[in-house]
Design a protein around this ligand. Sequence first.
Ligand code: HPA
Length: 274
Amino acid sequence: MEKSYLEKIKETADYIRKEVGTLPKIGVILGTGLGDLVNHIEIVKEIDYHVIPNFPVSTVEGHSGKLIFGNLGGKYIMAMQGRFHYYEGYDMKEVTFPVRVMKEIGVDTLFVSNAAGGMNKEFKVGDVMVITDHINLFPENPLRGKNYNELGPRFPAMTEAYSLALVNMADDIAREQGIRLMHGVYVGTPGPTFETPAEYEYFRIIGGDAVGMSTVPEVIVANHAGMKVFGVSVITDLGGKDIKEVPTHEEVQKAAVKAQPVMTTVIKEMLARI
Ligand code: HPA
């Protein structure tokens, strides 16, 4: 008989427990071009996604991604290098499966990062934006369907989807270190198209500051599971009706690579203070 979603989560968590001696309380999901943080981790153990039972395998550019366990900012963490995007064809349960597994092994705080297009007129390419809230414009919600009460409530609140305490902590660090750190609402879209000028304009009008193709599903599931979340977007391009530049995947990656030292500094210092 086909295993249920719950059974799969437990099986994968058991596998990780067997492979990894100490289990972390903090998880980090690294977005496009934001793998630099990994270079700062004192790595204890790495597991390729393709050997983890029930894990989807990342298709972007052929490399599969891995789970990394180790120390960062003096804290023992696990990091996902490479995430699963809805636009790749995974369903929402697959996209968010790693977050379920993190929770099952004891993770209670989730850091997420992504590359995003900015529509807030104050933003510049290379800015780092702390996500204070999001708007879900994916065509579905990862919690649609049967609710497993063991995993969380049927109707979870999303009033503080991004922990205010963690936002404040990031602000303190930015102030102390003279880092320009923006705040904003992340609009999650299915992609894979970048936005039309009218769409950027629409997202700005409805209250968005940046737009991207990830993060929202994982953050919904993390909240359902009762985890604390901190999210950060690197602004890799700007959009709107007066902006003529055409975003490309290569430019997005280049801009992300350039901005990541700031993101790395903030996350590392937050981990030290948590
Ligand atoms: N739109 C959507 N996703 C993105 C963008 C964008 O402009 N930039 C980086 N990821």
